[in-house]
Design a protein around this ligand. Structure first.
Ligand SMILES: [Zn+2]
Length: 95
C-alpha cells in the first residue's frame, strides 16, 4: 500500500510509481525504473513500444527495420556459426 506524497493518491497495487501523477514512491525505484527503461530499449519489446510511442510510427518502424536488418546479418552469422560448431561436435562425438 502506497500513498503518493505528491497528489495523495492511495494505491494498493505493487506499482513503483503513482498511477495518477507518475511520481515515484522512492528515489531508488526511480533510478531502477530508468535503468530498466534503458535496457528495455535494447529488447524487441522495448523497440516495439518505442515505435508505437513515436510521433510518426511509420517512419520509426522503417528506421527500426533498417537497424534490425543490419544487426540480423551479424547475429545471424553468429547463430549459423554456433549451429555449425554444434553439429560438427555432434558428428565428431558420434564417430
Ligand atoms: Zn501521485
Amino acid at each position: 500500500m502506497h500513498q503518493c506524497s505528491v497528489c495523495g493518491h492511495e494505491d494498493n497495487s505493487n506499482e513503483i510509481k503513482c498511477p495518477k501523477c507518475g511520481h515515484f514512491y522512492s528515489k531508488i525505484t526511480q533510478i531502477i525504473a530508468e535503468q530498466e527503461a534503458q535496457e528495455e530499449l535494447q529488447t524487441f519489446r522495448g523497440r516495439c513500444k518505442k515505435i508505437l510511442n513515436a510521433d510518426n510510427p511509420k517512419l520509426e518502424l522503417l528506421a527500426e527495420l533498417k537497424r534490425m536488418r543490419a544487426e540480423l546479418t551479424k547475429t545471424g552469422l553468429f547463430a549459423l556459426f554456433v549451429i555449425f560448431v554444434f553439429v560438427f561436435a555432434l558428428v565428431v562425438s558420434v564417430l
